[in-house]
Design a protein around this ligand. Structure first.
Ligand code: C2E
Ligand code: MG
Ligand code: MG
Length: 820
């Protein structure tokens, strides 16, 4: 070591040693760099390997050469040029081989490669030393020589191994190691050599002096290194820029690919979207057409084509709206409002009768969309619904609701002096006809009545059916009450005309009530109520007439309500009593029978007569319990009378409607212990009008029991004579109105005569009601009337008076004496 140090310190020019070291380091660095290129750039690998070898070889040689120039033995020195050149070539080849070996795989490759390079270094050195011509003999210290070789190989191997282990760390440290190896090898080898001067050996004079040579070699070596390094750097930057370019290109490609993929998905979803939209469009229930800002068609759907039967050429995108409008409406203008704006919603009637609702919606871009809906059925349905809501289904007349509306309007106008009349019309015998002939005929009658009433009135009047058999007329714009009276009369006349249906001739009549506006008031509901009250009065006074509303009608109605309530209480509390009026048998001169006539012993009003409550009892149905009570009471009373004296009980129609009349009657008879033959039941025509067949069955059952049936109030009804044949009457009671007119008028006498003769022929008894005078009695006796009843014989008397009356008549030879 000392020898080496001493060799460097004493035998070398230290400045050149430093230069040699720098050259060596730069060469090592460049060689590593070139090797690095060789590893990366496989197509040009031989070039880079060659360069690495060249740089290493030349670098080592330059180092050696400059270091040799720094060597200052005291002897003159020269070089053998061919051997020197050989040493360079050997160095280059071995280094190249070393670098080539470094490319092999395996862990041993890098140190082995370094070893080859190290061997190259040593070989170069010793061949180089062989080229040295010095005037002396060189002796070698074999130990140092071996050490020099080992140093060169060891450091070189370490350098390549380090470089291979940490390629990322850069080449500085491996290059330094290699430099240390080269220099260490060189100076150790120099230390191993010692020159023994021998003047016999001649050194040829060199052409160039040592300093210049050193400069030239150094410059050449540096130039070569610079070129090599430059090449590597250039290649690296080229590679970097290529890499960057490649990366950019890759990024671009990626972007393009991604873009393409996105476009693909977008396109796909757009396609899907379009397919969905188009399917949705075509399956819309509404027609749709869309136009651009210049009013040219953009798209449309199938329904649009169907609605307007749009020809092919008008469906083309770009078709101007004017041509389309021409096809649809025969006009080329879009309808606008007063302000000149397009009408957003409208309904059009097409030539084919369809109604289309068109709705226009402006689009943000200036275009617009029109939807087209065929609303023909919808409109027809709503019209029908509106019609149903406003009309009476059966008759087609405006219904109560419509009438109410109109009435309110008229009432409002009446405030300004335009008077009107409200006529309510009730059919007189409709109920009976409906029950007898059935509902289909009843419905036909109601329709016919509607027609007759509608024909009577002017266009501005309104006829309605308020319900059931009740109608009303709103007679508008009338001046005087007489106008309303005239219309009422015309209505009554029109409805009195018989109706003909399926071979039935049906005669009904009508009663009319009238209220006047503004005379009676202006409230629609009030006017209707007043008209109704007037109607009620008309019906109860005499059917087939009209009445105007008058003050007080209201209170009469209220009174009826009170009576109805009182009647319920009367039934609970047993406030009824039966009075009896005798029927005098003219042939035998004795009382054959008493008619039971009910009275109401009212706690406040006193004794109330049947005419004041029977009709109310009949309407409210209360007649059923009352009638039953009277029958049972009459049977009980009659059971106390002599066995040849009968009792007559009046029946109402309502009692027939209840199915248990026969059972109730037998029960009353047996409860009282009265023989059926002693009971007479009086019915009026109104009973017969109901269900003829049913009534006949009931009457036949009663007759079969031995009960006699009498027809009451004969002659006042409607078709009395025809009933005489079809029902099993035992007695006919001629109505008191004929008896009252008997004296002086021939008509009544004729009717009485005919009735007596007819009933005699049919095997019936005749009773004359309401006989009040001797004269009446005389005529009736002359005509052969069998029985009389009336005040002339006796007023109706309480039950406890019957015995006295019987005694008075029953035993007397002159029976025709007026009872007290
Ligand atoms: P009606 O069955 O025809 O009874 C005869 C009516 O004529 C009785 O009136 C009687 O008082 C009255 N009368 C009898 N003789 C004369 C006379 O000479 N001159 C006059 N002006 N009238 C006479 P009343 O009792 O007021 O009964 C009226 C009607 O009430 C009866 O007429 C009958 O239809 C009905 N009625 C009475 N009681 C009952 C009853 O218990 N049930 C039913 N359903 N109706 C009854
Ligand atoms: Mg009677
Ligand atoms: Mg009578």
């Amino acid at each position: 070591m000392f020898q080496v140090y001493a060799c460097i310190a004493h035998e070398h020019d230290l400045r050149l040693v430093l230069v040699a070291g720098v050259i060596c380091f730069l060469a090592a660095l460049t060689s590593f760099a070139a090797f690095g290129q060789a590893r990366q750039d496989s197509p040009r690998r031989p070039f880079w390997l060659g360069l690495a070898g060249l740089v290493a070889g030349v670098g080592i040689w330059s180092t050696h050469f400059v270091a040799m120039l720094a060597y200052r033995p005291s002897l003159p020195m020269g070089y053998d040029v061919p051997i020197t050149l050989l040493s360079v070539v050997v160095a280059i080849v071995l280094c190249a081989c070393g670098w080539w070996a470094a490319l092999s795989r395996g862990r041993a490759a890098p140190p082995l490669a370094g070893a080859i390079i190290g061997a190259g270094i040593a070989t170069m050195h010793y061949i180089g030393m062989a080229a040295v011509i010095v005037s002396g003999r060189i002796f070698w210290d074999s130990g140092l020589a071996t050490a020099s070789v080992a140093i060169g190989i060891g450091f070189a191997a370490a350098a390549t191994a380090l470089q291979a282990r940490r390629p990322q760390a850069g080449s500085w440290l491996p290059a330094l190691l290699l430099t240390v190896g080269i220099c260490g090898m060189h100076f150790t080898a120099m230390a191993a050599a010692s020159v023994l001067p021998d003047p016999r050996i001649e050194v040829p004079p060199s052409a160039i002096d040592q300093g210049t040579l050193a400069t030239i070699v150094t410059a050449a070596a540096l130039l070569l290194l610079a070129i090599g390094f430059g090449l590597v750097l250039f290649e690296r930057s080229l590679a970097r820029s290529q890499l960057e370019e490649a990366q950019q290109r890759a990024a671009l490609a990626e972007e393009v690919l991604r873009g393409a993929a996105e476009r693909e998905t977008l396109h796909h979803s757009l396609q899907q979207h379009a397919a969905i939209s188009s399917a949705a469009l075509d399956n819309m229930a509404q027609g749709l057409s869309m136009y651009d800002a210049e009013d040219r068609l953009i798209i449309h759907n199938r329904r649009y084509v169907e609605i307007y039967d749009m020809p092919e050429e008008l469906r083309e995108p770009g078709t101007p709206i004017s041509i389309i409008l021409q096809h649809i409406f025969g006009s080329n203008q879009l309808p606008t409002d007063e302000a000149g704006n397009r009408v957003a919603l409208r309904e059009v009637e097409l030539a084919n009768g369809r109604t289309i609702e068109i709705q226009i919606q402006q689009l943000p871009g200036g275009g617009w969309v029109a939807t087209h809906e065929d609303v023909t059925e919808k409109r027809a349905a709503s019209r029908h619904i509106a019609y149903l809501a406003a009309h009476d289904v059966l008759t087609g007349l405006p219904n109560r609701a419509t009438f109410g509306e109109r009435l309110k309007q008229e009432a409002a106008q009446a405030k300004r002096g335009r008077g009107f009349a409200l006529l309510t019309i009730d059919l007189d015998r409709f109920k009976e006809v409906n029950d007898t002939l059935g509902h289909p005929i009843g419905d036909e009658i109601l329709k016919a009545v509607s027609k007759r009433l509608t024909d009577l009135v002017r266009d501005e009047d309104l006829v309605t059916r308020l319900g059931g058999d009740e109608f009303a007329i709103l007679q508008s714009g009338i001046g005087v009450a007489a106008d309303a009276a005239a219309l009422a009369n015309r209505a009554i006349e029109a409805l009195a005309e018989p109706f003909e249906f399926e071979g039935h001739t049906v005669a009904i009549g009508a009663s009319v009530g009238i209220s006047l506006a503004p005379g009676d008031g202006l409230d629609a509901d009030e006017l209707l109520k007043m008209s109704d009250l007037a109607l009620y009065r008309a019906k109860s006074d005499s059917r087939g007439t009209f009445r105007f509303f008058e003050e007080g009608m209201d209170s009469r109605l209220r009174e009826r309500r009170t009576i109805e309530n009182d009647l319920r209480a009367a039934i609970r509390e047993g406030q009824f009593v039966v009075h009896y009026q005798p029927l005098l048998d003219l042939k035998q001169g004795r009382i054959g029978c008493f008619e039971a006539l009910v009275r109401w012993n009212h706690p406040e009003r006193g004794l109330v007569q049947p005419n004041d409550f029977i009709s109310i009892a009949e309407e409210s149905g209360l007649i059923i319990p009352i009638g039953e009570w009277v029958l049972r009471q009459a049977c009980r009373d009659a059971a106390t009378w002599p066995g040849d004296v009968g009792v007559a009980v009046n029946l109402s129609a309502a009692q027939f409607k209840r199915g248990d009349l026969v059972a109730m009657t037998t029960s009353a008879l047996s409860a009282a212990g009265l023989a059926p033959a002693r009971l007479e039941l009086e019915i009026t025509e109104s009973v017969l009008l109901h269900d003829e067949a049913w009534v006949r069955t009931v009457l036949e059952k009663l007759t079969a029991l031995g009960i006699r049936i009498a027809m009451d109030d004969f002659g006042t009804g409607y078709s009395s004579l025809s009933y005489l044949r079809s029902f099993p009457f035992a007695k006919i009671k001629i109505d008191s109105s004929f008896v009252a007119d008997l004296v002086g008028t021939t008509d009544s006498l004729a009717i009485v005569q005919a009735t007596i003769q007819l009933s005699r022929k049919l095997g019936m008894t005749t009773t004359a009601e309401g006989v009040e005078t001797e004269e009446q009695l005389r005529i009736l006796t002359e005509e052969g009337c069998a029985e009389v009843q009336g005040y002339h014989v006796s007023r109706p008397i309480p039950a406890d008076g019957v015995a006295g009356l019987l005694e008075l008549y029953g035993c007397s030879e002159t029976p025709l004496r007026k009872a007290g």
